[in-house]
Design a protein around this ligand. Structure first.
Ligand code: FAD
Ligand code: NAD
Length: 466
């Protein structure tokens, strides 16, 4: 008891993103005296303020606009006269952010988590300054998240050359937007502005978009985005962006070297990845250093090499995803409280919220085949009665299973509600399901999810509807 009382808090979390705020709430729920330091004006981190939530608000609104404007609604017998009111669209986005960040403030009060407003920097392993305040804690959780990776030589002015935060706030629809990076942000935010009327060109260094996703999924989604009107320049790097008079001129070079070309745009989105936030944190004072990728290394229990210091979320190795950060926050808090917090990093779903959505969990077919013999079942959304009825024929579901044990190793899909569908695959994998288990699970009809059941049936060659 004496040990505990010598500190201001049992747990001090640095950063109130989905990793940090969730860790703080769980720690408080477990009876620990908890504070959370956050330098932003509002809680919720990247995800709620400038990431998941505002991007989904724009994706949802622009999707409805697109359906009305491109004739998809007319096909269903709904005639519309469509006019874009971009200010109102931005307003509903800001409103969603305000309500959700305010909700976290409410949850902090409800759970008695103290919000220390300001930037935190270590003084030693158990003390931190937050602004001009010095606080001590028995346990400190680093949950400082990540920021946009800059492209060397390219200045983000948030007018012509923007990052994801600037791309959420554009005051008018660009005529030509060039997206640098065919990853998740480029495709989601590129889709938003394409739907609202911009010509969009995506320049990607690799020979295919969406690195880390299953190969078939990458190829098929590229086809779908092209069909929707996004132009791709694959195997191409941007070596310079010159801005003059509100216009940008990009210099492009083939990734493997060769002759340079130029491309003009009135908006350039730099979305080439994110880097961990540790600047100004003074990690050295706590006896910590970052690895070569700028991340804080942890063990299986989220402990750093310094006793009493833990780390979670985008600042540690692994996919930069809000739900991964949240689960790590819960597990770290439980471990601090002496419980057994675990995250199964083999089963972290990943979703791109375009139309259709692109989702996956577990191994890609390429990685699964490197590890052993597999069986693969595929089912096209075209043959799914609900997708067909809704005029949503694009995409497919793919189930990858171990050839000997039939245990499901990965599930991937492109489907309008793929982000929702993938949850059942994640749960099945968490429970160690075989493809047969999924195939013999009764799925409601007519639902898009039946495509998962049929793809599982296809693993042993017995789907009904193809
Ligand atoms: P963050 O959310 O980055 O929060 C860290 C917080 O720490 C920040 O608020 C920061 O101000 C604060 N901080 C940093 N240093 C200090 C300090 N020294 N003192 C005090 N405070 C500090 N992920 C998904 O899963 N789904 C999505 O749909 C999705 N969409 C995204 C869209 C965009 C445009 C972007 C940019 C990201 C998106 N992500 C999405 C990724 C997701 O936002 C991150 O993975 C997630 O926010 C990481 O959570 P975190 O808690 O680790 O860090
Ligand atoms: P990303 O890593 O998903 O994609 C970056 C892309 O840029 C890659 O394809 C890479 O090959 C390419 N690239 C890198 N340097 C380049 C260059 N010089 N020229 C051309 N292309 C280049 O990164 P992101 O899209 O910026 O997203 C950052 C993070 O945010 C991701 O880790 C992602 O997980 C997260 N995020 C998730 C969601 C979601 O879950 N729906 C949405 C948005 C962001």
């Amino acid at each position: 008891m004496a040990d505990e009382q010598q500190y201001d808090y049992d747990v001090l979390v640095i950063g109130a993103g989905p990793g940090g705020y969730v860790a703080a709430i769980r720690a408080a729920q477990l009876g620990l005296r908890t504070a959370c330091a956050e330098s932003r004006e509002t809680l919720g981190g990247t995800c709620l303020n400038v990431g998941c939530i505002p991007s989904k608000a724009m994706l949802h609104a622009s999707e409805l606009y697109d359906h009305a404007a491109n004739g998809a609604m007319a096909k269903l017998g709904i005639r519309t006269q469509v006019e874009l009111d971009l200010e109102t669209m931005h307003g509903q986005r800001r409103d969603a952010v305000k309500q959700l960040t305010g909700g976290i403030e409410f949850l902090f009060k409800k759970n008695k988590v103290t919000w220390l407003k300001g930037r935190a920097a270590f003084q030693d392993a158990h003390s931190v300054t937050v602004g001009d305040q010095r606080v001590t804690a028995k346990n400190i959780v680093i949950a400082t998240g990540s920021s946009v990776t800059a492209l060397p030589g390219v200045t983000i002015d948030q007018q012509v050359v923007v990052d994801s935060t600037g791309a959420l706030e554009l005051p008018r629809v660009p005529e030509h937007m060039v997206v640098i990076g065919g990853g998740v942000i480029g495709l989601e935010l590129g889709s938003v502005w394409r739907r609202l009327g911009a010509k969009v060109t995506c320049v990607e260094f690799l020979d295919q978009i969406l690195p880390g996703f299953d190969g078939d999924i990458r190829k098929e989604s590229n086809k779908i985005f092209k069909k929707q009107g996004i132009e791709f320049k694959l195997s191409t790097k941007v070596t310079n962006v010159a801005v003059e008079g509100g216009k940008a001129v990009l210099t492009l070079e083939p990734a493997q070297g060769g002759e340079a070309t130029t491309l003009e745009a009135d908006c350039v989105l730099v979305s080439i990845g994110r880097r961990p936030n540790t600047d100004g944190l003074n990690l050295e004072a706590a006896g910590l250093a970052t690895n070569q990728r700028g991340q804080v290394e942890i063990d299986h229990d989220f402990r750093t090499k310094v006793d009493g210091i833990w780390a979670i979320g985008d600042v540690v190795p692994g996919p930069m995803l809000a739900h991964k950060a949240e689960d790590e926050g819960i597990a770290a808090a439980e471990n601090i409280a002496g419980q057994h917090g675990i995250v199964n990093h083999d089963v972290i779903p990943s979703v791109v919220y375009t139309w259709p959505e692109i989702a996956g969990v577990g191994l890609t077919e390429e990685v699964a085949r490197e590890r052993g013999e597999v069986k693969v079942g595929k089912f096209p959304m075209m043959a799914n009665s609900r997708a067909k009825t809704n005029h949503e024929p694009d995409g497919f579901v793919k189930v990858i299973a171990d050839a000997k044990t039939d245990r499901v190793l990965g599930v991937w899909c492109i489907a309008t509600v793929g982000g929702t569908m993938i949850a059942q695959a994640a749960q099945a994998m968490e429970f160690g399901a075989t493809s047969e288990d999924i195939a013999y699970t009764c799925h409601a009809h007519p639902t898009h999810s039946e495509a998962i059941k049929e793809a599982a049936m296809a693993v042993t060659g017995k789907p009904i509807h193809i």
